[in-house]
Design a protein. Structure first.
Length: 166
């Protein structure tokens, strides 16, 4: 059993695991923004799903439902630039580089840069939509919105619902 573990450690460099971890973290950050807008607890009670603890959650959660949906739709449009197949191709590109005789750090950095750019593009789209909405608000609306954000922060992330026992 110890021989298998040693073989696995030799074939998967720790640098690769770190790179994959960083890429996963970036992807999860964008998913957190979107999931936080969709799966959240509102004043009427919990909605489906659990929710993500993310820095943008209280800002999105405090918006009226229609505006949250509009921002979510805008983020979906921004994500269409890099679909599942393109993301998969970037991972494959990293794996191919890792399997080459000589490690090509600049090539992996270029792929990671593309992954980061795609993630940031989606995040920037959501942020721009949110800022556009805030910019349109009158003073009284912004103050009421600030109160709603404060309430969302105090409430914290949505709690997981326990299944009903029959």
């Amino acid at each position: 059993m110890a021989q298998k573990t040693d073989a696995v450690k030799q074939t998967v460099p720790s640098g690769f695991r770190i790179l994959l971890g960083i890429s996963l973290a970036i992807n999860l950050a964008v998913i957190g923004v979107i999931a936080g807008a969709v799966f959240r607890k509102n004043d009427d009670g919990p909605r489906r799903g659990g929710g993500q603890a993310h820095h943008a959650r209280p800002y999105i959660q405090a918006l009226p439902r229609e505006e949250r949906r509009a921002i979510l739709e805008a983020s979906r449009a921004a994500k269409k630039g890099v679909d599942h197949a393109a993301r998969r191709a970037m991972y494959q590109e990293v794996m191919d580089i890792l399997r080459t005789e000589t490690f090509d750090r600049p090539a992996i950095e270029a792929v990671l840069g593309k992954q980061t750019a795609a993630t940031l593009s989606a995040q920037n789209s959501v942020q721009a939509q949110w800022l556009n909405r805030i910019d349109e608000m009158e003073l009284f609306e912004r103050r009421a919105y600030a109160d709603a954000v404060e309430k969302a922060l105090k409430r914290g992330p949505p709690k997981k619902r326990k299944p009903k026992s029959n």
